[in-house]
Design a protein around this ligand. Structure first.
Ligand code: ADP
Length: 489
């Protein structure tokens, strides 16, 4: 191919404009890293107010509808602040123009029309690959992220003349994107797509399964998670489908945007530091302890958590282990929101020991940076973890990860056991069983190492030297795209 291959990246959120978790970070960084790999990359995003309002240099590419329950649909092409790529935005006010979270209302209930909202996203993506939405830029390959974009591959595969390849990335298999069979006509899907070898999942349609079933290649966000999801334990009922498609499945570890997550330049930190000025991290810790009302105690092991508060993230394990850790003199700084029972458990611990436990239930980007920068340890005790980003951020800030040996956590953290400490390869603390006792044992190893300043600093330096930049990850995607786009022999 003489000109650059045209790649469309499709997703439901993008940092810095709209983010609920790691997916937003990935969409905010991977596309730009792919441009550095020589591709012509554009984005396709739903026109929520957070994306429609700041769009500039707007061109109207195409008018559609009524369709997907929307009277009018405009496909716009423009520029978004902080994003260096052209972005197609679907302007369909009745589907997207509502305040707040992309997926759920104020009460945390899924928007009733999510199937239409994200079905349309997949349909527009497919037609940008088929060439009938923007005649001046037809995608050669459509890359959809998570269930929100799962139908893109389906519309392409069911088209009589599929002219475009598809990649589907699973960021979290636990979200199936279910919809009722009655919605097939609204979603412009044929009845015969609804079968066990199609998009049906236990009597409903699943946009996630649709992506798994029809994409030319499937990726997920770490090599270990790619193996795990073939098993009943991690497969969320889809392990059979995934096992059948094992040859098309690739595990590519997410990267870190070191322009944003860099302790030497991070504007959210009161005190900046790096591996050469590691002593300054103590000042970042003191500033965090002060901000959160914790005892300003350099000797206390400060454990940070920045997380959705859900069963997946194993926060209950941490809460159960915490009283023993507090007795050892440790502290907890937790930022997150989600499950009411977990929030109550956190609140109770903070009320009982306010100088040792601080919890904030909010989505707060600056505080996330301060906790990741100022803590000694970042805890990610997940039951399952496709990749996990906060442990990668922690590594760069010398905030040693305390993680369960699962998914991307297993791929990115080297346990500080005797062998790795001697070899100088340790970067954190890893435990196996999803139990408070296993977590406590690993956390106590952290408490013990923290008391030996020289040993701790050695591990910190090793952690800070790890390189998980997006360019490495993007080169794996680039190789996959090139393989898919190569003329078949
Ligand atoms: P997941 O996508 O499963 O939630 P990841 O570890 O992949 O988990 O990504 C989580 C991202 O969301 C990280 O960038 C983390 O800093 C951020 N994050 C999570 N909770 C909060 C919060 N309450 N406030 C600010 N950022 C948060």
């Amino acid at each position: 191919m003489t000109s650059a291959a045209r790649i469309l990246q499709v997703g439901a959120e993008i940092f810095p404009l709209i983010k609920t978790g790691g997916l937003g970070d990935v969409l905010g960084a991977l596309p730009q890293a792919l441009v550095r790999q020589g591709f012509d990359v554009r984005l396709l995003l739903p026109g929520y107010p957070a994306l429609r309002q700041p769009l500039t240099d707007v061109q109207q590419v195409c008018t559609l509808g009524p369709a997907f329950g929307a009277a009018s649909i405009e496909i716009l092409l423009g520029r978004l602040p902080g994003i260096a790529l052209p972005a197609y935005v679907i302007d369909a006010p009745s589907l997207y123009e509502r305040a707040g979270n992309p997926y759920v209302d104020d009460q945390g209930k899924e928007w009733a029309d999510n199937a239409a909202r994200f079905g349309l996203l997949g349909w527009v993506a497919a037609h940008l690959g088929l060439g009938d939405i923007d005649r001046s830029w037809r995608a050669h390959l459509v890359h959809g992220h998570d269930w929100h974009a799962g139908l893109a591959a389906t519309y392409l595969a069911l088209h009589p003349q599929p002219r475009c390849r598809s990649v589907f990335t699973v960021h979290n298999l636990a979200f199936a994107g279910l919809f009722e069979r009655e919605l097939l006509p609204t979603l412009l899907l044929p009845e015969d797509s609804f079968g066990l070898d199609g998009i049906e999942f236990h009597g409903d349609g699943s946009m996630l399964k649709a992506g798994l079933q029809y994409a030319d290649a499937i990726t997920t966000v770490s090599p270990t998670y790619a193996s795990e999801i073939r098993t009943p334990e991690f497969g969320c009922g889809l392990d059979g489908v995934i096992a059948q498609r094992a040859e098309q499945l690739h595990g590519i570890l997410n990267g870190v945007d070191y322009e944003i997550w860099n302790p030497a330049t991070d504007r959210q930190l009161e005190v900046r530091f790096d591996h050469k000025r590691i002593a300054l991290k103590a000042a970042a810790k003191a500033a965090l302890q002060k901000q959160l009302g914790l005892a300003v105690d350099p000797g206390a092991l400060l454990i940070g958590v920045v997380s959705r508060l859900t069963q997946q993230k194993g926060i209950d394990l941490l809460l159960q282990a915490l009283p023993a850790l507090l007795a050892d003199g440790a502290q907890l700084a937790l930022l997150g929101s989600g499950d009411a029972i977990l929030e109550n458990g956190c609140r109770a611990l903070a009320t009982a020991a306010p100088s040792q436990v601080a919890v904030r239930f909010a989505y707060d980007e600056p505080l996330a940076h301060r906790i990741i920068g100022g803590s000694d340890v970042i805890a990610v005790p997940s039951r399952f973890e496709p990749c996990g980003l906060t442990q990668l951020y922690g590594l760069r800030y010398g905030t040693l990860p305390l993680v369960r040996r699962v998914g991307g956590l297993a791929d990115t953290v080297i346990d500080a056991d005797d062998a790795s400490l001697t070899a100088g390869t340790a970067t954190g603390f890893v435990f196996d069983a999803a139990t408070p006792a296993a977590l406590l044992l690993a956390a106590r190893r952290a408490v013990a190492l923290h008391r030996q300043s020289a040993g701790w600093q050695k591990v910190m330096k090793r952690a800070m030297a790890q390189d998980f930049s997006w360019d490495g990850a993007a080169s794996h995607y680039a190789a996959l795209y090139r393989e898919l786009l190569a003329p078949s022999t």
